[in-house]
Design a protein around this ligand. Structure first.
Ligand code: PEP
Length: 247
C-alpha cells in the first residue's frame, strides 16, 4: 500500500510576510490529515520553511536543483545546499523548466541522480502538451521523458517520486478526467515495472494539473494516483489542506 503524498509547488510566489501565515496554516492543519504533506518553496525561503516546519509532520523541498555538484555555475543551487536546509524533496523537470529553460530529458535525469546522491527525493515531472495529446503522442512523450531518468537512477528507482502533469492542465483550470489521468499513471507504472517490478509498486505517482478541493477526491480515488503536485491551490492553506483531506 502506497502512502498518499500531497506536495505543494509554490512556484515563484510568496514573501517573508505572506509565507509566515501559509506555513503556520499548513503546519496547524497537518495533524488532521492522513496524507503526507510537503511544500516546495522558492529557494530563498527554504530557511523560513525549515524554521516554521521543523518538528512537524510537514516536509519541505525545492523546485529545482543544479545538475552539477559544485563550482562555477552562477545562480545555481546544488543538491548538497538543499540538504543543508533540511529539504526532503526537490521537483525536477517541471514543464515550466523544460519549456522556459529548455531542460532536456537527459538534464532532468542528471538532476534526479544528483538529488538522490544527496539523500533528497526527486519528484520527477513528466507530461505532454496539448498538441502532443491531440496528435495521440501522450504515451510516447511520457515514455521518452521517463527513459533517461530510469536509465540514470537504475537500482534507486524505488526512491523517486513521479508526477504526471499534463502541460495543458497546469494553471489553466482544465483538469484531466480521473480516467484520463489513471490511463497515463498505469502506463507509467507499467513502464517502471519493466525495469523493476517491486520498485514499480512502491513508487508514488502524483497527478498535477489544476487539482483543487472539488476535484481531488475523484482523482485520488484512482488506483494508480498516489497523491498530487499542487500549484495554485497550494498557496492557500485551507485549499491545500482540503485537497489532502480528500485523499
Ligand atoms: C504545477 O505547477 O505543478 C501545477 C500542478 O500547477 P496547478 O495546480 O496550478 O495547475
Amino acid at each position: 500500500m502506497r502512502a498518499t503524498l500531497i506536495a505543494g509547488n509554490w512556484k515563484m510566489n510568496g514573501s517573508l510576510a505572506s509565507n509566515a501565515g501559509l506555513l503556520d496554516g499548513v503546519r496547524a492543519g497537518a495533524a488532521a490529515v492522513k496524507a503526507e504533506l510537503a511544500v516546495c518553496v522558492p529557494a530563498p525561503y527554504l530557511a523560513q520553511a525549515q524554521a516554521a516546519l521543523a518538528g512537524s509532520a510537514v516536509s519541505w523541498g525545492a523546485q529545482d536543483l543544479s545538475a552539477h555538484d559544485s563550482g562555477a555555475y552562477t545562480g545555481e543551487v546544488s543538491a548538497a545546499m538543499l540538504g543543508d536546509f533540511g529539504c526532503k524533496f526537490v521537483i525536477v523537470g517541471h514543464s515550466e523548466r523544460r519549456s522556459y529553460h529548455v531542460e532536456t530529458d537527459e538534464q532532468v535525469a542528471q538532476k534526479a541522480v544528483r538529488a538522490l546522491a544527496s539523500g533528497l527525493t526527486p519528484i520527477v515531472c513528466v507530461g505532454e502538451t496539448l498538441a502532443e495529446r491531440e496528435q495521440g503522442a501522450t504515451d510516447a512523450v511520457v515514455i521518452r521523458q521517463l527513459a533517461p531518468v530510469l536509465d540514470a537512477v537504475g537500482a534507486q528507482l524505488g526512491k523517486i517520486v513521479i508526477a504526471y502533469e499534463p502541460v495543458w492542465a497546469i494553471g489553466t483550470g482544465k483538469t484531466a478526467t480521473p480516467e484520463m489521468a489513471q490511463q497515463v499513471h498505469e502506463l507509467i507504472r507499467n513502464t517502471l515495472a519493466q525495469r523493476d517490478a517491486a520498485a514499480a509498486q512502491k513508487v508514488q505517482i502524483l497527478y498535477g494539473g489544476s487539482m483543487k478541493p472539488d476535484n481531488a477526491k475523484d482523482l485520488l480515488s484512482m488506483p494508480d494516483i498516489d497523491g498530487g503536485l499542487i500549484g495554485g491551490a497550494s498557496l492557500k492553506a485551507a485549499d491545500f489542506l482540503a485537497i489532502a483531506q480528500a485523499a
